[in-house]
Write a protein that binds this ligand. Structure first.
Ligand code: PLP
Length: 433
């Protein structure tokens, strides 16, 4: 086992992903290549659902955070696994709709939904809007009014919980562009306004404190604060909120030494605090929603590259240049995120001295990893970067006019193209002369 249960090494000393030889995949589909182990994604979805069902006596719903990896195929897999989804833009909603997703199980997020996106979501039958601010609340009320309906909503609340993760992926504190603050009374006030509007109905409350969080306590603290708000809404506004949506953010291991708590431990801690608090406050058990993204697809993804050159600068470092980089995986340049890597055609060999894996974009910061141990590596080798299922393809760009890679889904013995490789023609297809 290498890093994850679904990775191994075969008799040719090649990396295997599920039942597939990574080098053969690279030959067949070309590089750079996103590989999605669909069996792994499905297993992650099932584990999340089953663990939640086992830990919580009330109703639970797992929502796939589309932004982690949004394609027609992944939307369909999430739907087949019985998940709902969260979406943050018209484009994600459109993708879910075209995939045949059950739109009544979609929660529409985002801190600046445009009127066009709101209209698209309403006309697509999106179940819930997670409302960010006052202007948006009024817009939603107006647009629902024009359609003669009452739109179920929840507010995005900043519970004021700090968590230990990268600044750019913290979202639960007062200084965040997302949502309304609990401490300042802003949350109560916006609920009061919502209660006075005829075309929205508050169904629950939502918070998302950040991403890649390894501790359970910040989530437990969020539960205490959010149930406190639910009780306050009941006592001060007579408002019954039946949904508690705690967002995503459950961390996953990216490198050796990363040690997030087991999912069961995390969900048991959170649900036991929820049971205590609802009992203490005299509230019924809410429908409990989670919105994992990374935890469902992160370790289902591997990116395969071809090594073009190996450049050793004596006394400084060795650069291993691959045929992709920040355009297909901007996580290092964005957050200094770490991904393990190995030489797929020498996967069972012991790693040697540390190298820096560089992309091919015209930025010195275009790196995939620094000071990372790697097997002996030569031009023409296939380099596998692991745990790239989340926030890689979905954050990809065409910087330097690099066509976006293809993606293949592995299911059992089958490898099927689910996103075709972009062509140069695709790159100029929107240009107008
Ligand atoms: C990003 C995000 C998620 C998913 O976060 P993960 O860390 O991938 O689990 C869920 N909900 C909201 C509102 C988000 O912004």
């Amino acid at each position: 086992m290498l890093y994850a249960e679904n990775l191994s090494v075969n008799q040719s000393n090649h990396l295997t992903i599920g039942r597939h030889d990574a080098v053969a995949l690279a030959r067949r589909f070309g590089t750079p290549l996103y590989v999605l182990d669909e069996d792994r994604m499905r297993l992650n979805c099932r584990r999340y659902r089953q663990t939640l069902a086992g830990a919580y006596p009330g109703e639970g719903l797992v929502l796939y955070a589309s932004k982690a990896l949004c394609t027609l195929h992944t939307a369909r897999v999430a739907a087949e696994e019985g998940l709902g989804a969260d979406a943050v833009s018209g484009g994600e909603i459109y993708t879910l709709l075209k995939a045949g997703f059950p739109m009544e199980k979609v929660f529409f997020h985002g801190n600046n939904k445009t009127p066009e996106e709101i209209a698209l979501a309403m006309d697509s039958g999106v179940g819930y809007f997670v409302v960010d601010n006052r202007e948006e609340l009024r817009r939603i009320n107006d647009l629902a009014g024009q359609r003669g309906r009452i739109q179920p909503i929840l507010f995005r609340v900043k519970p004021g919980v700090d968590c230990h993760t990268h600044e750019y992926i913290k979202t639960g504190q007062i200084d965040s562009k997302f949502g309304v603050a609990l401490e300042t009374g802003e949350a109560l006030e916006i609920h009061r306004e919502a209660a006075s509007l005829p075309h929205v109905r508050v169904e629950g409350v939502h918070c998302h404190i950040g991403s890649q969080i390894f501790e359970t306590e910040p989530f437990c603290e969020a539960v205490r604060r959010m149930t406190g708000l639910m009780a306050q809404l009941k006592s001060e506004l007579g408002m019954d909120t039946r949904i508690l949506n705690l967002g995503g953010g459950f961390g996953i291991p990216y490198e050796p030494g990363d040690d997030p708590p087991p999912l069961a431990h995390y969900l048991r801690s959170v649900t036991s605090v929820l049971r205590q608090e609802t009992e203490r406050l005299g509230l019924p058990l809410p429908q409990l929603c989670f919105e994992p993204g990374r935890a469902l697809v992160g370790d289902a993804g591997v990116t395969l590259y071809t090594v073009g050159s190996v450049k050793t600068i004596p006394g400084v470092r060795t650069y291993v240049a691959v045929d992709g980089g920040m355009a297909d995986n901007p996580r290092y340049i964005l957050y200094g995120a770490k991904h393990p890597a190995l030489v797929a055609n020498r996967a069972g060999d012991a790693p040697e001295g540390p190298v820096t894996i560089a992309g091919k974009c015209c930025e010195s910061g275009d790196l995939i990893a620094e000071h990372t141990p790697l097997q002996a590596v030569y031009p023409g080798d296939i380099l596998a970067v692991l745990v790239t299922g989340a926030y890689n393809y979905s954050m990809a760009s065409n910087y330097n006019r690099l066509p976006r890679p293809a993606m293949v889904a592995l299911q059992g013995e089958e490898a099927r193209l689910i996103v075709r490789r972009e062509t140069y023609e695709d790159l100029i297809s929107h240009d107008v002369l």
